[in-house]
Write a protein that binds this ligand. Structure first.
Ligand code: SF4
Ligand code: SF4
Length: 119
C-alpha cells in the first residue's frame, strides 16, 4: 500500500526525535552485556598445564608453556586473537577455572603481531 506525503512526513519527524538505535562509540559510553564473550583472562596460579584448553580450541589459538621448572611451574598462555573465534570453549574445558572471559571488545591492534598476547 502506498503512503501519502502526510504520512511519510509524520514518520520522518517521528524518527528525527526518536532515540538513535546506534551508540556513539568511542565518544559515548559502551554498555555491553555482562555475558558477552570478549577479552580472555588467564590465572597462571590455577593452571596445572594439562593443555585441555589447547586440545579443545577449534581455532588453534592457544599455546600453553611452562616457563618454570617441573617442580615450580610458571605457566604462560599465549593467545592469538587473530585466530580466536570467541567461542569460549577454552573456558568450559578448563577444570581449574584458570581461563575466564570479560565483556571487553577493545582488542584491536595495528598488526598481526599485536594480536598475539602472552597472558
Ligand atoms: S585447561 Fe586450564 S589448567 Fe589445563 S592447561 Fe589450560 S588453562 Fe591450564
Ligand atoms: S575462545 Fe574459542 S577460539 Fe578463542 S582461544 Fe578459546 S577455545 Fe580457542
Amino acid at each position: 500500500m502506498r503512503k501519502g506525503p502526510g504520512k511519510i512526513t509524520g514518520e520522518a519527524l517521528r524518527h528525527v526525535f526518536a532515540k538513535p538505535a546506534t551508540i556513539s562509540y568511542p565518544a559515548g559510553e559502551l554498555v555491553i552485556d555482562k555475558n558477552y564473550r570478549g577479552r580472555i583472562n588467564f590465572d597462571a596460579s590455577k593452571c596445572i598445564g594439562c593443555k585441555l584448553c589447547v586440545r579443545d580450541c577449534p581455532a588453534n589459538a592457544i599455546t600453553i608453556d611452562n616457563l618454570g621448572t617441573k617442580e615450580e611451574k610458571k605457566m604462560q598462555l599465549t593467545l592469538n586473537y587473530a585466530h580466536c573465534i570467541f567461542c569460549c570453549q577454552c573456558v568450559d574445558s578448563c577444570n581449574k577455572d584458570a581461563i575466564s572471559f570479560e565483556p571487553n571488545i577493545e582488542l584491536a591492534g595495528t598488526s598481526r603481531k599485536d594480536m598475539i598476547v602472552k597472558l
